[in-house]
Design a protein around this ligand. Structure first.
Ligand SMILES: *Cc1c(COP(=O)(O)O)cnc(C)c1O
Length: 414
């Protein structure tokens, strides 16, 4: 079969199965087109996208302003490497740092790379500014964290599937309970070689676990007290997803180091960034860190366009309003539904907890039924289903999705 011939879903799945590494377990749907809140499979069936590529597509699929900026830049200059300057990077850095209120930005490509970069900056700061003895710096992380897939990052994961047989692991991390200020304070008290605290403002992959109100503010205050950098991984929660530009904005916290990715490009291109003020970012000097593609002109053009869409279309406000509506509608439905025990989230980052064991196939089967009914979502951690549509959704579409979800749950296994 020629690759140019139109293929069926079955063909496409068979090809990936035969020639691709099996590092994912996708829902059996083969997408070939996207626009706004919708995606279409190769057979032409339309779906509401309720994953948004793990919140990378906050601005909606193929946003014309983002695609426009990308194609224009792609026809002009794509890559110079950082061996030379390019005329887009500085403009982008100015725009993003002013948007988020930081002195400096370090450009990378993927979320995991940005997390790695933040960890390196934090360690270097600890030795050169805080005065921790060489190789002694520790970074506090949280249980059930998700920060990506590199060797160092999986070293401090507690997901056995992500970790097992990838050792030896990187040293220098202390894992504490998430949403526990006591655990944080005890750890800060007991160790004087702590460089930073890496935290997700809401744990997305863990199942949209929202910490108690005030947790982030108090955690930041503890970090300040012990001269430890508060590092916010906003790769999934950032860029309007939770109803504010950043999830930390709900508590008016300014992290010492901010990590962005995913929707920083609106899903058009891999773009990630680490932001910090000069007294921290200043530890990075020529040769200390780099990336061939990081900060390339296409990424810069796409990143600026993607952030501009978020501001112009007031996506944070929309996410806040629709998120409240979504949780209200589903919360009202829960008492009459034995399948769902809870709905939780912030803005348009939400999840429902399925009334079954973590190793059951119930959540997966519900997602299969949702797919049949024209809505794509994916289970996380076995019995949790995350609902994260593009933020360009309108109220009428959201209400249609609510009714798809409710009728699917009502009819499930009947
Ligand atoms: C997705 C994600 C990452 C990793 O991003 P990649 O682009 O997949 O490397 C890091 N942190 C969080 C919180 C994420 O959700």
């Amino acid at each position: 079969m020629s690759v140019l011939e139109k293929m069926t879903s079955k063909d496409a799945i068979a090809l990936e199965d035969r020639y691709g590494a099996h590092n994912y377990h996708p829902l059996p749907v083969v997408l070939s087109k996207g626009e706004g809140v919708f995606v279409w499979d190769v057979e032409g069936k339309r779906y509401y996208d309720f994953l948004s590529a793990y919140s990378a597509v906050n601005q909606g699929h193929c946003h014309p302003k983002i695609v426009g900026a990308m194609t224009q830049q792609a026809q002009t200059l794509t890559l110079t490497s950082r061996a030379f300057y390019n005329d887009m990077l500085g403009k982008y850095e100015k725009y993003v740092t002013e948007t988020f209120g930081f002195d400096k930005l370090l450009p990378m490509n993927t979320g995991a790379e940005a997390v790695e970069t933040a960890l390196k900056i934090c360690r270097k700061w600890a030795y050169e500014e805080k005065g921790i003895e060489e190789n002694e710096a520790k970074i506090i992380v949280c249980e059930n964290n998700f920060h990506g897939r590199t060797t160092t990052i999986i070293s401090f994961s507690n997901d056995p599937v992500a970790r097992k047989n990838f050792g030896p692991y990187t040293q220098g991390f202390i894992k504490i309970e998430y949403d526990s200020l006591k655990a944080l304070e005890d750890t800060l008290k007991e160790n004087d070689d702590i460089a930073g605290f890496l935290v997700e403002p809401i744990q997305g992959e863990a199942g949209v676990y929202v910490p108690s109100e005030g947790y982030l503010t108090k955690a930041k205050a503890l970090c300040d007290k012990y001269n430890v950098l508060f590092i916010a991984d906003e790769v999934q929660t950032g860029i309007a997803r939770t109803g504010k530009m950043l999830a930390v904005d709900h508590e008016n916290v300014k992290p010492d180091i901010l990590i962005l990715g995913k929707a920083l490009s609106g899903g058009a291109y891999p773009v990630s960034a680490v932001l910090a003020d000069d007294h921290i970012m200043g530890v990075i000097r020529p040769g200390n860190h780099g990336s061939t593609f990081g900060g390339n002109p296409v990424a810069a053009a796409v990143g600026m366009a993607a952030l501009k869409v978020v501001k112009d279309e007031k996506l944070a406000e929309n996410a806040m309003r629709l998120g409240e509506l979504f949780r209200k509608e589903l919360t009202n439905f829960i008492p009459e539904c034995e399948l769902v025990t809870k709905v939780r989230g912030k803005g348009l980052l939400n999840a429902i907890l399925i009334n079954d064991t973590e190793d059951s196939s119930t959540a997966w089967d519900i997602c299969m039924a949702l797919k049949e009914n024209g809505l794509l979502a994916k289970p996380t951690h076995g019995n949790i289903i995350r609902f994260a549509p593009p933020l360009v959704m309108n109220e009428e579409q959201l209400m249609e999705c609510v009714s798809i979800i409710i009728s699917t749950l009502k009819d499930f296994r009947k």
